[in-house]
Design a protein around this ligand. Structure first.
Ligand SMILES: O=C(O)C[C@H](O)C(=O)O
Ligand code: SF4
Length: 512
């Protein structure tokens, strides 16, 4: 086979493997988190769902999470290798993998909102080239989702930080910024997560350096002694915050911290943090520049945890409630924070575009939403041989983006439950109390697990918004989530944010 065809095939395999099979070092970190968690807690149940999902994604060769992220490639080539050809081969492979539902179409025109459908668009995928003196090509790929990307943060020192006070231009100021970055992410970037940190540079090179750190191995040791100490310190202290998996509280908040450093301008001092969810999808391959074939896969060291023979976590002391829409106000008001719900029957997806649309004056919903459940989800969909839609991956998206709309939309259409992840704010909490509604937290990233609970796709509206944003009519069975905001003014998210701030504030004293 010709070089180009082989190269495309190698890249297709890289994309598929990255999206569907979590690397060994990440699996080991998740295993350690699971072992540290107390049995019967919501966090333990969530980790159980996460590991079940990892197994399903590998077996189904389907996306671990429905948000297959923004593909970023880093390519190292020997002098003389044609980089233009590699870029074209990457685009071909990305489009093919999208066609085969290994990736969700994620490339959206920022002005028109139109989804290209192929993951190819202005500036996407991101491909960065570097030349080197080795005689082979290395291609690294990271698929980093939007929810965790939104939790990235950049500090300009000196600065004042909530809970920690002043962070100055020294190692201790850096320490405070990084601790703060973990706290501010709460569970919204699908904790327990991993962070890459870039010290120095300007705003853009600092973030690049931070993201670059995410290619390091979870269990490597920083060659710079001060940074090795800081990395260890950050993981240890972050895990005392009690944010926990999905922000449900618990022992595991951060699974890895990797810090890189570069010079800065005299006037600037940036600390840039790239937050990555537990669905930490990055892989790399070495390619023979003569044949285009893969000669080596990276991240193969150490034991592979399969998560196949794990004992199932039970719901512990949590009350389990069966729910079927349409739901009455009385039923909703009987639910309390901490209850586990199992939904059977109808639910409708609706995320950013739908909420923006439905809030419009005089706009009618395409279906009767009275008593119904709205699921904040942008699924990966495919057509079967009979031209029917099937769900390939369907975990929740970050709900807080709908905060400006949610309460009003629930009241306007009579919606009784909204489900997503990461929780919502005071405006929604107030509306839940006034109207009689609940917020349900599903397990972020568990896209295979939830796809399996979806028994049929019975219709779709507003397809003009693209696959992730359309309103899908789903029929589900045993779809499990936790009540984290109820109609009595209680919010687990507000409680965890407050108690973790107290924990953060215990680290205001100088350490380094
Ligand atoms: O876009 C999505 O499906 C989810 C997103 O990655 C999120 O975490 O909110
Ligand atoms: S839904 Fe969660 S696991 Fe998936 S990409 Fe977003 S942050 Fe990551």
């Amino acid at each position: 086979m010709a070089y180009l065809q082989n190269l495309e095939k190698s890249l297709y395999n890289l994309v598929t493997e990255t999206s569907t099979n979590l690397p060994k070092d990440v699996r080991r970190a998740i295993k350690a988190a699971k072992e540290a968690e107390n049995a019967g807690t919501r966090a333990a149940m969530s980790l159980d769902t996460i590991t079940t999902n990892i197994v399903m994604a590998e077996d189904n060769v389907s996306p671990i999470c429905q948000d297959t992220g923004l593909p970023t490639f880093k390519v190292y080539t020997p002098v003389g290798v044609n980089q233009i050809e590699i870029r074209k081969a990457i685009e071909t492979a990305i489009a093919a993998a999208t066609g085969d539902a290994k990736l969700r179409p994620n490339s959206v025109d920022s002005l028109t909102g139109k989804n290209s459908g192929t993951n190819i668009g202005a500036g996407l995928p991101v491909v960065k080239f570097e030349q080197w003196e080795n005689d082979y090509i290395t291609i690294k790929l990271i698929l980093k989702g939007g929810g965790c990307e939104n939790k990235n943060i950049q500090y300009s020192l000196p600065t004042e930080l909530e809970g920690l006070g002043r962070a100055g231009r020294d190692l201790d100021g850096i320490r405070k910024c990084i601790l703060h970055s973990v706290w501010q992410a709460q569970g919204q970037g699908c904790s327990a997560g991993f962070i890459g940190v870039g010290i120095g540079g300007d705003r853009s090179s600092g973030y690049d350096l931070a993201k670059e750190q995410l290619f390091r191995h979870v269990d490597d040791v920083n060659p710079i002694e001060d940074l090795a100490k800081l990395e260890q310190y950050i993981v240890e202290k972050s895990n005392t915050f009690g944010v926990g998996t999905m922000g449900f509280g618990g022992e595991a908040t951060l699974l890895g911290c990797k810090i890189g450093v570069m010079d800065r301008l005299p006037a600037s001092f940036f600390v840039s943090v790239a937050y990555n969810c537990w669905a930490y999808r990055r892989m790399a391959i070495d390619i023979n520049p003569e044949t285009g074939e893969i000669i080596n896969w990276h991240y193969q060291e150490g034991e592979k945890i399969t998560f196949r023979d794990e004992e199932k976590e039970e719901a512990g002391d949590n009350k389990v409630v069966e729910l079927t829409a349409p739901i009455s106000e009385e039923q909703i008001r009987s639910l309390k924070v901490g209850d586990v719900v199992k939904i059977t029957g109808r639910m409708y997806t609706g995320r950013d575009a739908i909420h923006h649309h439905l809030i419009g004056e005089g706009v009618e919903a395409p279906v009767d939403l009275n008593g119904q459940i709205i699921y904040h989800c942008g699924p990966v969909m495919a057509k079967d041989e009979n031209d029917n839609w099937v769900v390939k991956a369907a975990g929740p998206t970050t709900s807080i983006r709908e905060e400006p709309y949610q309460g009003d939309i629930m009241k306007k259409f009579g919606i009784r439950a909204v489900m997503g992840k990461g929780g919502m704010g005071p405006k929604t909490l107030k509306a839940l109390e006034e109207h009689g509604g609940v917020y349900l937290n599903a397990i972020g990233g568990a896209a295979q697990y939830y796809a399996d609970c979806i028994k049929s796709v019975d219709g779709v509206d507003l397809m003009e918004f693209g696959i992730p944003e359309a309103m899908w009519h789903l029929s589900v069975e045993g779809f499990t989530a936790v009540v984290t905001m109820d109609s009595h003014g209680n919010s687990l998210h507000a409680d965890v944010e407050k108690s973790s701030l107290d924990k953060l504030a215990q680290h205001a004293e100088r350490v380094f």
